[in-house]
Design a binder for this molecule. Sequence first.
Ligand SMILES: [Zn+2]
Length: 229
Amino acid sequence: MGGKRKFRRYTLQEFLVVLDQSVKKVRFNGIHVHATWRPTIQDYREAKDKESLIQAMWRFHTGTRKFTDIAQHVTIDPDGYIWEGRSLLTSPASTYDHNDSDNDGVHPFMFEMIGNFDRGAEVLTGAQLETTLGLCRGIMTRWKLGLPDIRFHREMQSGKTCPGSGIDKAKFLAQLAKPKPTTLTVEQVNSIINEYLKPAWSDAKSQEQKDEIHRLANELRKAAGIRIE
Ligand SMILES: [Zn+2]
């Protein structure tokens, strides 16, 4: 396959809006966690054109592997950005027999983290870890998934360490279950909105005030990773 495919880069907050727009179009029934192994974090750091790394994966997947598109729905880079992949409405090329590849609009969400996370190699940390956890939480809240719905590649295919022998599954799930201390919980946000902002919105004297209260409510919803309204 010749030519170049362009890949958009999102912040976590921007991508959560994309997820909001997808809630009614697709149902994710699980989250498949992968890491690239290659490119490595070091490859990413050395690359002048970061998008070229995504394009190289796309060329490998569509050319050598004969997939219809890049395998994953998104790729999380070491700076914590999210690169688009195949359409969210299409089942992924995650692992043989686990892709739910019929066309019923129900399939797992698959992401790749750039890096070699095998023991003694590179480490999933900082912005990349925060975005990974935030993305998983964003999908879990929108599609009502739980920790048992998170699956590492190595759990679905023997002989694989993916997403890396250095990433402990139990620790990863524990991090997911425990929101950052600065993050508002869904319950806190709903109670602030219902007990304070909604009455204030009803009492507001101008449309401008109502719009501002609405904006604040959405900022709170974003902080808790729930759908904006
Ligand atoms: Zn994998």
